[in-house]
Design a protein around this ligand. Structure first.
Ligand code: C2E
Ligand code: MG
Ligand code: MG
Ligand code: MG
Length: 293
């Protein structure tokens, strides 16, 4: 009886597997379609400069809305794009899209804004060592590389040395900035700060979730802020949802914060209203003095 039960379980399991494989294949096909039809869009989340009291950067976040399945999270479709070899094509299209959007923002007078764009591990590790594919996109749009931040994660460094250092150097010497995203969630994060030249550190939101109540987290965060600033890098704290978190971070002298307290990632039209509200643009196309928060 036990054997039959196991057999039946096995059968159920594999039927489920087949279902999942079929679904994955369909999803992969749909994703390929969506990429070629430019249906993967970007939402932008403001990153505030607390010293100047204005939006300094916009993080570009990929969005896929499927006519049947609705909104699909990048946490789901980015790994799928990686596994099916679509990530590079998608990444380049999104970068081009971000360039067009930044061009438009600059024409409207928002010429100080930087775009911070995510690059997955596979995407980064398959980029030409001289960074050409991404730099070409920026040049084609006649944009200063210094307006672009490439966000990478610690997992990039897991797969041996390869050409990481060369890529990072090439992008930085062209003028782009490199950010380490979700900082503190991987292993030996501090070691990477020693080994690789980086411009920005984005502290993962898990570090602020229990701030300021949790003593240990508070001290950890304080220490991290000090380390990053002493190393001469910019620091962004992610996932700020409450006023008290923001107040604590500001009291520690952290210049940049990002999170739902300020705004969720915004579709283009909503980004326009957000920017107009916080930084009204006068008719000459010049932006007014930033309004303090
Ligand atoms: P990430 O780069 O760490 O992006 C931040 C994520 O946290 C975003 O989720 C954002 O919506 C969310 N978030 C922002 N503020 C808050 C907050 O205050 N509270 C909470 N709970 N969440 C907040 P999203 O858009 O779902 O993106 C998830 C991840 O997918 C990103 O994490 C990034 O690793 C990846 N991703 C997104 N777009 C792209 C892309 O264009 N290319 C690549 N390679 N990866 C992307
Ligand atoms: Mg990011
Ligand atoms: Mg992050
Ligand atoms: Mg993340």
């Amino acid at each position: 009886f036990e054997a039959r039960r196991q057999q039946r379980d096995y059968f159920c399991f594999s039927a489920q597997m087949l279902d999942r494989i079929a679904h994955r294949e369909r999803m992969q096909k749909e994703l390929m379609d969506a990429i070629s039809k430019n249906e993967i869009e970007l939402a932008y989340q403001p990153i505030w400069d607390n010293r100047l009291g204005r939006v300094a950067k916009l993080e570009a976040l990929a969005r896929w809305t499927h006519r049947e399945w609705g909104v699909i999270s990048p946490v789901e479709f980015i790994p799928l794009a990686e596994q099916s070899g679509l990530i590079q094509a998608m990444g380049e299209k999104l970068l081009a899209r971000a360039c067009q959007d930044l061009k438009q923002l600059q024409a409207m007078g928002y010429d100080w804004l930087q775009i911070s764009i995510n690059r997955s591990t596979l995407e980064f590790n398959t980029l030409n060592p001289d960074g050409r594919d991404w730099l070409d996109v920026l040049h084609q749009h006649e944009l200063a590389p210094s307006s672009f931040i490439f966000e990478i994660t610690e997992s990039i460094f897991m797969e041996g040395h390869e050409d990481h250092l060369q890529r990072i150097r090439a992008l930085r010497s062209a003028g782009c900035l490199i950010a380490i995203d979700d900082f503190g969630t991987g292993f030996s994060a501090l070691n990477y700060l020693r080994l690789y030249p980086m411009d920005l550190v984005k502290i993962d939101r898990s570090f602020v979730q229990q701030i300021p109540g949790h003593t240990q987290d508070r001290l950890l965060l304080k220490g991290l802020i000090d380390i990053v600033h002493n190393l001469g890098m910019q620091l962004v704290v992610e996932g700020i949802e409450r006023e008290e978190q923001q107040a604590f971070i500001c009291s520690q002298g952290c210049a940049y914060t990002q999170g739902f307290l300020f705004s969720k990632p915004l579709a283009w039209a909503d980004l326009m209203s957000y920017l107009r509200h916080h930084h009204p643009v006068v008719e000459t196309g010049q932006a007014c003095e930033p309004t303090p928060m």
